[in-house]
Ligand binder design. Structure first.
Ligand SMILES: [Zn+2]
Ligand SMILES: [Zn+2]
Length: 245
């Protein structure tokens, strides 16, 4: 059964946001543009802002958590400059006037000059050790609404064919994977996971991974399979029906 959000996927790490519906193989195919609230003792950090359409949901989820005693929002961290990841940046900074943007702040000041004084660049080596990897577009895969996978972690969605949905996402959205050696990428990913001691993976577009050893190889199998297939084109169109039934 689907699980309601917000959902605590690791101690103090809350998965928030909403599914985004598309059509695929005649079913309702859900993607995530998730955000994560990390609760600290005196402050919280929001990782990703979600898609602009999700901001009301994300704001509601955050306020629910704050009402339960989660420390106030102090930090916003976005993985990169794409709408599903940072499209709510201005809204978050406006709604939470004590929050600052940290990490790779790049040129967000060009879009939001009024918040430039609240943007702090973090240097390589600055770290917060949470045991959770926030890979942004990594581990991107959709799930079928009809299968009740909404809000589940990857290991609970037992009927989800992870290699298949991973290769489909790569085919539809991560075209570069067809032109790179995915074996080398997957090997480097294994080393990274080992070096960082990753225990939980919180992807923006996939279901969170709580058993890294068991689940990561399935996603890697999908990436490697997708690299060998030609591109299949864009989303299926919903068939048009004419006249009343
Ligand atoms: Zn993305
Ligand atoms: Zn869903």
């Amino acid at each position: 059964m689907a699980h309601p959000m917000p959902r605590e996927i690791a101690p103090g790490v809350f998965w928030i946001g909403d599914c985004l519906a598309q059509r695929h193989k005649g079913k309702i195919y859900h993607g995530y543009n998730a955000a994560f609230l990390i609760a600290g003792e005196t402050a919280s950090c929001l990782v990703e802002t979600g898609h602009p359409k999700d901001f009301p949901v994300i704001e509601r989820h955050m306020n629910e958590l704050f009402a339960k005693g989660v420390a106030p929002l102090k930090y916003l961290f976005v993985t990169h400059q794409e709408t599903p990841h940072c499209g709510g940046l201005g809204r978050v900074l406006k709604t939470f006037p004590d929050a600052i943007l940290c990490g790779d702040v790049s040129d967000y000041h060009l879009a939001f000059p009024q918040y430039e004084h609240r943007m702090r660049s973090m240097n390589e080596g600055d770290e917060i050790d949470l045991g959770v990897l926030f890979p942004g577009d990594g581990f991107a895969y959709s799930h079928y609404h009809e299968d009740g996978h909404c809000g589940l972690v990857a290991e609970e969605a037992t009927s989800l064919d992870l290699p298949d949905v991973s290769s489909t996402f790569a085919d539809l959205a991560l075209f570069w994977t067809k032109f790179a050696d995915m074996n080398a990428y997957c090997d480097r990913l294994d080393h990274l996971i080992e070096r960082l001691g990753v225990k939980t993976i919180a992807p923006t577009h996939g279901l969170p991974i709580t058993d890294v050893k068991a689940t990561v190889p399935k996603v890697q199998a999908g990436l490697k399979a997708a690299a060998l297939m030609p591109e299949s084109g864009t989303n299926e169109k919903v068939p048009l029906t004419s006249g009343a039934a």
